[in-house]
Design a protein around this ligand. Structure first.
Ligand SMILES: [Zn+2]
Ligand SMILES: [Zn+2]
Length: 130
């Protein structure tokens, strides 16, 4: 008796890979370039500058806007810094924050100081020539 039986080499395990429906990640959330101001209804930001700053022209010029994206409170667009800044950083109805004005003044002072020094040096040179 020759019972040559294979070692049970059964061809099982050929289950089709279930769950082959890979959800294609096509849910790329297209971030619309919309104005950051709360409740703004402007759908399309006109100029490229507005697009870059994500503010419509009206809100860029507004005295105060709410921009939850930036944080709580009221915001104003600072022309010097080119960004939204909290309202308390501005003085009155100025469009430049205090910090930028201080910086600008410091630069002006520095320039004046340089000029004064140059004048002094010129005077000294002049005096030396005499
Ligand atoms: Zn707007
Ligand atoms: Zn500023």
């Amino acid at each position: 008796m020759c019972i040559s039986q294979g070692f049970g080499v059964s061809a099982e395990g050929h289950l089709p890979c279930s769950g082959g429906e890979q959800q294609a990640a096509t849910s790329a959330l297209r971030k619309a370039k919309r104005c950051r101001a709360l409740g703004c209804t402007v759908q399309d930001l006109g100029g490229s500058y507005c697009r870059k700053k994500r503010l419509c022209e009206a809100h860029m010029k507004a005295d105060a806007i709410e921009a939850p994206e930036c944080g709580p409170g009221m915001w104003r667009y600072c022309q010097q810094c080119g960004k939204l800044e909290q309202l308390h950083r501005f003085e009155g109805t100025k469009r430049s924050c205090r910090a930028s004005l201080v910086k600008r003044k410091a630069n002006a002072d520095k320039a004046m100081y340089r000029q004064q020094r140059r004048q002094q040096q010129q005077q000294q040179q002049y005096a030396a020539q005499l």
